[in-house]
Design a protein around this ligand. Structure first.
Ligand code: ADP
Ligand code: MG
Length: 477
């Protein structure tokens, strides 16, 4: 039986629906209309040039694979772009463009499972953006469920819960969460954002680190587009800015933030900020901003006590379907006291060791691993070693890692390598840069920052980095 364009497209959508996050599906796939099918070429109509580019950039893999599944390996996609809707009088003006991304597809890729590219990272550079199109940049793994409450964080967590229920409508505006590194500020701030999205699906939430905010501002400033920048941020209902202490280096960005803050606050929108110190100790941040931070609630997160540490470990284990003797859990909780990130790190190392050596987790193994974990690595790890590990992991040729290529996989592999080199070796940024075909230290800083940002927002990426981190850690034992 002859397949129609509607049928083919609906079958594609059935698959896509299961893969793409609901919000993205609604934004990027529902508006598409299939218009023709001829000689294995499916034409779909999209609302704008931007829309077309977005699909090509972010979903070309997915579209290619689903379509080939429906129509066989000759399948091609063509876009019909609405240039002018015609206002009901004239025929709409459209333009047909073949899907570019297709050229790069060869047929044996059909066998791979469907993978999709990451959602847009920096949506606001596009002027005239509609609210629906703003990706919140939240990582869905950070939820309240996964955030264990203890004396150390009770006030912050409960304030966060309240804010999530009634964003903008409580006296906790802004909500400032502060505390030391690895204590759960990012997790909690994102949990609030995720909860808002769950309870109030129409609210526009945006998570951004202050560094990213500053970079975006500076880009716009260079392009004389500060108004676009501010306008974009004024569309947000719940704005989460992580690590505001980094504003200290950016006077002009603070001015922009001040304007945005005022606008949002006056319009009853919610602001959530995190900081590594209490607002009063934030050096280099303008007094007028600090005084606004005091309008709401500043709540701290402290180091978790022993009981809470045990609970956190047990929660993580349950979540991952893992088991280990209680005495081991106690041993870890007792010995790792600094922060939750290290607690997690210890758990991961222990699991890695156990599976690598095919050995049950017991107290002996825990002692061995923690000894290595607490102490800095006993074996010297070199940049070369890390480079080789990353190349192996991503299947990237070693020489490509050093060359000047903008291919995304390679750029990311390179950034991760720099990040790991920074953590695991004692080399200076300059030396690290030199190991990558003579790049300078600012490139290394930028790479490390990009990796951190991506880890906060992109699950798959985070998992890759964590896995690599484990591998390097093990090599250091
Ligand atoms: P910060 O932003 O304060 O440096 P993060 O939010 O990145 O810290 O937290 C570090 C890690 O510890 C994250 O993986 C987070 O999920 C975990 N974590 C922190 N606090 C808790 C908690 N109370 N319950 C469960 N996990 C936690
Ligand atoms: Mg953080």
């Amino acid at each position: 039986m002859e397949k129609t364009h509607d049928k083919v497209w609906n079958s594609c959508l059935d698959i896509i629906k299961d893969i793409v996050e609901w919000q993205h599906y609604k934004t990027w796939f529902e508006p598409i209309r299939p218009v023709a099918l001829k000689d294995k070429v499916l034409t779909i109509q999209v609302p704008s040039q931007f829309f077309f580019e977005y699909l090509e950039e972010h979903y070309v893999n997915l579209l290619a694979k689903t379509l080939k599944r429906e129509l066989g390996k000759e399948a091609r996609l063509e876009y019909r772009i609405m240039v002018d809707s015609g206002n009901g009088k004239d025929k709409p003006l459209t333009m047909d463009i073949p899907g570019n991304g297709y050229k790069t597809f060869n047929n044996n890729e059909m066998d791979f499972p469907l993978v999709i590219n990451n959602p847009v990272k920096n949506p606001f550079v596009i002027p005239g953006l509609k609210k629906m199109q703003i990706d919140s940049q939240l990582n869905p793994i950070y939820t309240f469920d996964m955030f264990v409450e203890g004396d150390c964080n009770r006030v912050s967590r409960r304030a966060g819960k309240t804010v999530a229920e009634k964003p903008g409508a409580t006296s906790f505006n802004p909500l400032v969460i502060y505390g030391g590194v690895g204590l759960g500020k990012t997790h909690l701030a994102q949990a609030i954002g995720n909860d808002v999205k769950r309870v109030h699906p129409n609210k526009v939430v945006l998570y951004v680190s202050s560094e990213k905010f500053i970079n975006q501002f500076q880009d716009h400033s260079r392009n004389n587009a500060i108004n676009d920048f501010i306008h974009f941020y004024q569309l947000i209902d719940v704005l989460i800015i992580d690590d505001v202490q980094f504003f200290n280096r950016a006077e002009k960005s603070q001015d922009a933030f001040f304007a945005i803050f005022n606008h949002l606050h006056q319009s009853g929108k919610q602001l959530i900020l995190t900081s590594d110190k209490p607002p009063k100790d934030l050096e280099g941040v303008q007094e007028r901003l600090l005084s606004r931070f005091r309008w709401g609630l500043s709540a701290d997160i402290q180091v978790p006590d022993y009981e809470t540490r045990i609970e956190i470990l047990e929660k993580k284990m349950r979540n991952d379907g893992l088991e280990m003797p209680k005495e081991v859990v106690k041993y870890i909780a007792y010995n790792i006291q600094s922060n939750v990130r290290e607690l997690e790190g210890a758990l991961i190392s222990l699991l890695a060791q156990s599976s690598l050596n095919k050995r049950e987790i017991d107290l002996d193994l825990a002692k061995k691993v923690l000894r290595n974990f607490v102490k800095t690595s006993s074996k010297e790890i070199t940049i070369d070693t890390i480079q080789k590990m990353v190349c192996d992991y991503f299947d990237v040729p070693y020489d490509k890692l050093l060359q000047k290529t903008r291919k995304r996989e390679i750029v990311q592999a390179r950034q991760i390598t720099m990040y790991l080199a920074k953590i695991f070796t004692k080399n200076s940024l300059k030396t690290i840069g030199e190991h990558f075909g003579g790049r300078d230290h600012t490139t290394v800083i930028h790479s490390c920052q990009t990796v951190k940002d991506l880890m906060d927002t992109d699950n798959m990426f985070r998992e890759s980095v964590m896995e690599l981190q484990q591998k390097v850690q093990l090599a250091a034992m």
